[in-house]
Each structure stands twice: as C-alpha cells, then as structure tokens.
Design a binder for this molecule. Structure first.
Ligand code: ZN
Length: 489
C-alpha cells in the first residue's frame, strides 16, 4: 500500500494590506520531501507527521511530499501559489501508483485568480491519481468548505476545537478512515449542509462546547464516520464563505443527508449566542483593574495575526500607558525594526523608541516612549499544542508600568514562552494583554484569574456587517435576516 502526504496552507485575509509571497512560506514552513522534523507537526502538516509515525505498523509506504505553510496575511501572489502547487503535483506524479493521498491544508487560502485554492489542488491531484485512489483532507474549521473540494475528495475532516488543540487527533482519524477505505472496510459518502451564516464560535464557551461534544459522541456509531462543524473564515470575499456542516457516513447517503440537515438546524439556532461579552478598550481596562485575583488576561481579537492582522495596533497599549497602569504586560507587537534597535541598545539599555502602528490605517499611530530593554531573546519560539511556532528575535521593553514584547516573526499570542523567553513572568502580572482571538486560551486560560475580551480598532471587526464584502453569496446572516439554508451535496 502506497500513501502520499503533503501540505500547502495559509489563511488569506483578503482585506489585509500585507501580500503573501513565497518569502512568507519560507519563513514559516518550507519543508521539502523528507525534511519534516520528527518532534512535532508544523502548521497544517499533521497528516504527514501522523502517517510517518504509523506507516510501519499499518503496513504502508509513505511517500513524503513538500510542506508549505505561511502565517495568515493577505492574498497569496499567483505565481508563488502556482509554483508550490506544481511542485506538489510533480511529487504526486513521481509517487505513483498511489492507493491514498493525505493533504494537510488550511482551507481558507486564496491566491490571485484562485478563490478556492484547495479545490484547485484537490482537482489536479485527482486528475493524476484517478478515481480509485482515496483522497483524505484535513482542514482548519476556519475554512471555506466549498462544494468542489468536498465533491472531489473521499474524506474531509475539520478540526473540532477552537483553540485548535486537536490538530493531531483529527489527522489520526483521517489516516484511520483513509486506511479503512483502502482496505474495503468502509465506503465513505459525504453530505454538506449550508447554514448561511457568518460567525465566530470559541469552543471554550459552554454552548459551543456542548454542541461539539454532542456531535463528537455521534461518531463511530450507526455508520457515522465523522462530523465536522465548519465555522467559516469571515475576512475573505469569496462566494462560498459561511458556516457549513459536513457528515461523512458509511455508505448510507440518505442517512448522512438527514443528519447534516439536523445538525445544521441546531447550528443555525445558535446564531448570535456563541460569543463572549466584548468590552470597549477603557471599560475593559477598568474591569480588569477592578477584578479580584491575578493575572487578568485581556484579549485583543481585532488585531490577531492569526486572522491576518498586522499585530501592531497600539490602541490598548497607548491607553495603558496614558492611564499609568502598573504591573501590566502586552504581547505581541510585530515590529522587526524596533526589535533590531533593542538588540543594538542591549539589555538594560534605555533609549527613545518609536514602535508599532506602522502597517496600515488600522494599526493606529506608533508609540513614542523612552523605554528600557528588559529582555532579549534571539530566534525564540512559543508552543501551541504539540507544535512550535517561531517568533524570530524578540525584545521586551518597559514603557511606564507596561512591559511590551516585540517580535520579528508575525504571529499571535499562543504560549507562555512568548513572555517568558524575554524574562517576563505572566503569572506575576496584574494584567496580561494578548493579541489573539481565542487560541490564547489553550495556555493562558489556565493561568487567568479572569479573561476579558476587548473590541479595539484593529482590522478584524467582530461586526461582520462592517466588512466590505462584494462577492459573498447572499442572503447570509448577519448581513441579511432572512436566509435559505440547504443541503448542497
Ligand atoms: Zn483556525
């Protein structure tokens, strides 16, 4: 038995002012066949990593392809996407004959001329491997789950958790189902239901937690192989954006259709009930300072690099300094030039630094402050589940009563190392501000006395009615009140 695995992944915020080029992939994940490290999966590479570990015991040969992944930013440059795609297609041809293909994709990648990158990749892989080969795909739940990609795959599985703590588990399931399909033990058929809604659904909150648990408990019984809840990725302008339900059933398409429709109805009934309370910036700071216990963790989802934001908005930081808040820390501000200046100043160096507020109008104005360099860490990392996320060179500066972590590799707040690398103990702070939507909860939730979500003026608005969509298929909630949910496949 011969299986091939590869990755091409990013999350494209089509409203972001930062184009994604090959350089963005090179600085994140750019691994040629056989180069994937042993220790842990990288962004979206879990199918390859899991398959490598199980190949011998399960009796198959793994043909490893390239893994390309970039941190979320703007639309990928067309020629760069086509080059990566064609590299992987060449590797697929070389690997033939194949019984199975495992693709670790993100699912919300857009390139110049390609609204549905993943559909394009799967279509071209299918044309090479033929209809008898089993194609299994793992996607982020923040994807555009298009009809094309589902129709051309045999098994598609999305992460269930937000924060995405289950990337490896879902890849294990994907491999198991692909192997069972190749061995003739199951015949997967997929049903796709379109809920016609845009939303955000942290699974750390009770309503969504219960929904995910209920859906997951259906798997492995009555012919249900897998159920995926597609949250959607709101910061794109593609026709098939929106929340969908995907059921993978053994043989019985009618039963899969009925189940997808039923679960879809329950997801629709949750509209408007899945978000935490959002504070204004000053109200949030007031609430945090008044809270019992420490640290209070304050999230700034509107400037989340994980959604393609620059992560250099200065609004919350400026208010903390102006209000003379003490014993606070904030991370990350993406500003490689400022990091360089801090390394030049050296540890304990004091100098006037201009930082943040550079990339676009939603970044706000830069902060000018006399700072003290309180920490330096070359080539640092933070952890997120089993994966290690590179931060590049990092510096911590103290401005008034706030310690700020500046990073060189743009990414969101995920691991406590983000602070600890540069000598800041987040547990000893009264207030810890993190730029992240909800992934921070995996590591910062357990240390938080309280979590407060703030709506800053960063680029990722929670009010989807303010996003200037022109191509998203209508009607869709909350842009429209009347919608027409339906089974697509
Ligand atoms: Zn995601």
């Amino acid at each position: 038995m011969r299986l091939f695995a590869a990755t091409i992944a990013t999350e494209s915020n089509m409203f972001s002012p930062m184009p994604t080029s090959l350089a963005g992939f090179r600085e994140c994940v750019f691994l040629r066949p056989g180069e994937h490290p042993e220790d842990a999966p990288r962004m979206c590479t879990a199918p390859l990593w899991v398959a490598r570990r199980r190949a011998q015991a399960e009796g198959f040969t793994l043909l490893e392809g390239s893994c390309f992944a970039a941190s979320p930013a703007g639309t990928t440059v067309r020629k760069d996407y086509e080059w990566m795609r064609d590299e992987i297609l060449r590797e697929v041809r070389q690997a033939m004959p194949l019984d199975g293909v495992l693709l670790g994709l993100h699912g919300a990648m857009v390139a110049g001329g390609y609204d549905d990158v993943e559909g394009d990749v799967i279509e071209r892989v299918r044309a090479i491997v033929g209809s008898a080969c089993t194609i299994g795909v793992e996607l982020d739940l923040h994807c555009h789950l298009t009809v094309k990609r589902v129709a051309l795959s045999d098994i598609v599985i999305l992460y269930k958790e937000f924060p995405h703590t289950d990337v490896a588990e879902r890849a294990e399931e994907l491999l198991t189902l692909v192997l069972r399909t190749i061995r003739g033990q199951v015949t997967p058929v997929m049903s796709l239901y379109d809920c016609r809604q845009i939303g955000s659904y942290p699974t750390t909150l009770p309503l969504m937690r219960a929904f995910v648990d209920k859906v997951q408990a259906m798997e492995g019984k009555n012919g249900v192989l897998s159920v995926s809840i597609n949250h959607c990725f709101p910061y794109a302008d593609v026709p098939e954006l929106g929340g969908r339900i995907l059921v993978v059933m053994d043989r019985d398409k009618g039963q899969g259709d009925a189940l997808a429709t039923q679960i879809g109805g329950e997801f629709i009934a949750m509209r408007g009930k899945t978000l935490p309370r959002f504070y204004g910036v000053d109200d949030g700071i007031r609430a945090a300072l008044a809270a019992d216990g420490m640290p209070v963790v304050m999230a700034d989802p509107a400037d989340n690099a994980g959604g393609g934001a620059p992560s250099d908005n200065t609004t919350i930081l400026r208010r903390l300094i102006e209000r003379k808040v003490k014993n606070a820390a904030l991370a990350p501000i993406w500003d490689p030039v400022a990091v360089r200046l801090c390394f030049d100043a050296g540890l304990d160096g004091e100098f006037p630094l201009r930082f943040g507020g550079k990339i676009g109008p939603t970044s706000g104005q830069p902060v000018d402050a006399r700072v003290k360099v309180v920490g330096l860490a070359p080539e640092a990392w933070q952890s997120f589940g089993p994966t290690q996320v590179p931060l590049g060179d990092c510096a911590a500066v103290r401005a008034g009563g706030v310690e700020v972590v500046l990073i060189s590799n743009r990414t969101q707040a995920l691991g406590l190392e983000l602070f600890r690398n540069v000598g800041i103990d987040p547990v000893a702070k009264k207030l810890v501000v993190v730029k992240s939507t909800n992934h921070f909860m995996g590591n910062f939730g357990p240390i938080a006395a309280q979590v407060i979500y703030v709506e800053s003026d960063g680029p990722l608005s929670r009010d989807y009615r303010r996003i200037p969509y022109t191509r998203v298929r209508r009607p869709i909630w909350p842009l429209d009140q009347e919608t027409a949910p339906r089974l697509l496949l």
